[in-house]
Design a protein around this ligand. Structure first.
Ligand code: EPS
Length: 386
């Protein structure tokens, strides 16, 4: 990221999550309700655990916004953890944990537990899992919801839906749906799936995993529409937008693969069935009849909707735990168990929207520059679109 930078901090059961977003142009109208709405969407979805009943995530903005408008200065945000009330006695920065506290000494296969313990030389795995928790994504969603309001100012919309949970797949393609209705339709489904038959099977699969002390992953798709052509660049490896999107999506906890457009399927197609033929009409400009490239050619947007699919592994906290080893005694035992989600793919799709918003807003600012929204408006021409 070059124009838009952000950092987050905070433990899952610490006092709060904090974040700083730097590089937003001045004079953009932003709404707290919009940010809180996105935070609420991230908390939803069938298969979430008990924590989401405790939290009601809301943003508190400490700097960078005045009277509902950005000032061009860094935007600092806080999301308070309500669970701090229960955890403060163990997580205090200065005091030792409360006397009845037990350190976590058995790593969960698949979580950061063992790798983090070895890397940071920890004897209490809690010092690893607290920061490795997907709770951190709440702050990314908060920051992204500010960046997303910049994109929406220029009619760039982002939506998502769940296309697979375990091995149950949705048979409905987003292209069959009016993009303006996509969010409402997906949000109305407990698993954010557009296919009502698959939705029922997905729910049954999550119920089965829960009953068996197991967990399930899946695949979600994020789509950005009305994206101007010419964002990103083929000129240098670290400016390719497909690379930047893939890196950012893969940085989310539990994500194992990122596909753009046809993705993996492209490998088994003939060239003639893989590329999107080019047409031109004066009224439309350049256009395609297909979008197999997913809106990106050579790391540059081509004016088609962006289409990104991300595969999420099943969460690694299992109520029927897997084999592990106690890091103190080295004896063979079952892995640590603590409250977790059975399936977080619907929530991950909302986080995926946020990640795409951050990457796109950065690419948009790189293309258009601008210290103020007025300056960007002057430069933004519909010609950019096609
Ligand atoms: C999460 C909060 C966490 C987990 C989940 C994501 O809360 P707690 O640990 O108190 O239950 O529910 O994190 C994980 C699944 C994980 O493996 O870290 C959240 O706010 O999204």
């Amino acid at each position: 990221m070059s124009h838009l930078r952000y950092l987050t901090a905070g433990e899952s059961h610490g006092r709060a999550l904090v974040g700083i977003l730097e590089g937003m142009p001045a004079n953009l109208s932003v709404s707290k309700e919009y940010i809180d709405h996105q935070l609420k969407r991230r908390q939803s979805g069938y298969g979430r655990g008990g924590r989401m009943k405790i939290e009601q995530d809301q943003v508190e903005v400490l700097s960078g916004i005045r009277s509902g408008k950005t000032m061009g200065s860094p935007i600092a945000c806080v999301v308070w953890n309500r669970d701090w009330e229960n955890w403060g006695k163990h997580m205090d920065p200065w005091k030792p944990p409360f006397e009845r506290y037990h350190p976590v000494t058995v790593p969960r296969p698949g979580h950061a537990d063992l790798a983090g313990t070895l890397k940071y030389r920890q004897s209490d795995i809690r010092n690893v899992l607290e920061r490795a928790s997907a709770r951190e994504t709440a702050m990314r969603v908060a920051l992204a919801s500010i960046a997303r309001q910049l994109l929406e100012h220029f009619q760039i919309q982002i939506a998502s839906h769940v296309v697979q949970i375990h091995n149950v797949t949705s048979k409905i393609e987003f292209s069959e749906i009016d993009p303006t209705e996509l969010t409402a339709l997906a949000d109305a489904s407990p698993v954010r799936c557009l296919d009502s038959t698959a939705e029922k099977e997905m729910i049954a699969r999550i119920d089965q995993a829960k009953a068996e002390g197991n967990s399930v992953g899946g695949i979600f798709e994020v789509i950005a529409t009305n994206v101007p052509a010419g964002l990103g660049s083929y000129a240098q490896w670290d400016r390719k937008l497909d690379g930047l999107i893939s890196q950012a999506m893969a940085s989310l906890p539990a994500m194992k693969a990122v596909e753009i457009g046809l993705g993996v399927q492209s490998a088994s197609r003939w060239g003639a069935e893989c590329h999107d033929e080019i047409y031109y009409e004066q009224s439309k400009g350049y256009y395609r009849k297909t979008n197999r490239a997913g809106g990106l050619e050579a790391g540059v947007t081509n004016g088609q909707p962006l289409r990104v699919r991300v595969a999420m592994k099943p969460l690694s906290t299992l109520m029927r735990p897997l084999d592990s080893v106690n890091i103190v005694t080295k004896e063979a035992v079952k892995a640590h168990v603590e409250r977790s989600d059975v399936c977080a793919v619907p929530a991950a799709s909302i986080i995926g929207e946020a990640i795409l918003a951050l990457v796109l807003a950065d690419a948009f600012l790189e293309k258009l520059g601008g210290d103020s929204i007025e300056e960007i408006e002057e430069r933004y021409s519909l010609k950019l679109k096609n």
